[in-house]
Design a protein around this ligand. Structure first.
Ligand code: ATP
Length: 274
């Protein structure tokens, strides 16, 4: 029995309203996704389908969220992989994995009676980096398979597939990936400005009790350079400080300590990797 409103676990529940800031990026993305929704019209005009969207920008700015919200927006099946999963794979295994990712997307869509699917590839630069002779030969087959899959996408197919990829190293990508008909739409997802930081803080404190003295605007002002992921972490750490002190509400000092904690964490990570 198919119950109404039953959630489909292959369609993310994240929607664009849950992404703070990124107003321009969200609009550009929705505009591209509207092409996917107007499939018949696009075909009638002889316009080729949007096959690939590249999300670029620093880590933790919400690229993965954007990809998931895209699937929610278009009622599409969502499957994903990360470029780093392909590291140290034997020759040919990566290509197989790519093939099965697309097959999975199509078969899940058919099974769940959806006519759209989004394949999300995070850290695309790992498999799609510029080829420079001897290096990275083992990734060639993986990249070639991805290109083959993308070239095979057409409006006539029963399931319309869209590939969304993310990278923070756009300059590193093989030009073959960026050709028309492949990842020819690029959307930059940048670090949030003050207004966007406030929006993100509001979203991530919605489920928390804040003391009435708290000014999230002040926190937004003090967190220049923070990514969305860091702001999420800040809100969580502040709640942990409040819990430790057994306080019923998060106070300004908990938020201040949380800012330090997030900054210190970043510093420790940097030192560990250098
Ligand atoms: P990476 O490049 O490291 O993969 P990303 O850009 O894909 O990062 P996400 O994985 O989407 O970033 O973000 C990580 C988490 O940070 C999200 O799950 C969310 O909690 C929070 N976050 C990031 N950006 C935003 C945003 N704009 N609004 C709300 N939350 C955000």
């Amino acid at each position: 029995i198919v119950r109404k409103n039953q959630k489909n676990k292959y369609i993310p529940s994240v929607n664009f309203d849950e992404i703070g800031g990124q107003y321009r990026a969200k609009n550009e993305l929705k505009e591209a996704l509207d092409f996917l929704l107007q499939r018949e019209k696009i075909a009638r005009y002889g316009i080729r389908p949007v096959k690939g969207i590249l999300l670029t920008g620093p880590p933790g700015t919400g690229k993965t969220l954007m990809a998931k919200a895209s699937a929610h927006y278009t009622d599409a099946i969502f499957v994903s992989a990360s470029g780093s999963e392909f590291v140290e794979m034997y020759v040919g295994v990566g290509a197989k994995r790519i093939r099965s990712l697309f097959q999975e997307a199509r078969s899940l869509a058919r099974k769940h009676k959806k006519n759209r699917a989004i394949v999300f590839i995070d850290e695309i630069d790992v498999i799609g980096g510029k080829r420079d002779g001897s290096q990275q030969r083992e990734y060639d087959q993986t990249l070639n398979q991805l290109l083959t899959e993308m070239d095979g996408i057409s409006v006539d197919q029963e399931v319309q597939v869209l590939v969304i990829a993310a990278t923070n190293r756009k300059d590193m990508l093989d030009p073959a990936l960026l050709r028309p008909g492949r990842f020819d739409r690029h959307i930059h997802v940048d670090l949030p400005d003050k207004k966007a930081r406030l929006h993100i803080l509001q979203l991530h404190t919605k489920n928390k009790t804040l003391h009435s003295d708290i000014s999230l605007m002040k926190i937004a002002e003090e967190t220049f350079g923070f990514s969305g992921a860091q702001l999420e972490s800040l809100a969580n750490e502040a709640a942990i400080y409040a819990l430790r002190e057994n306080k019923p509400e998060i106070e300004q000092k908990h938020l201040a300590s949380a800012i330090d904690k997030v900054l210190m964490g970043e510093k420790a990570d940097r030192e560990a990797s250098s």
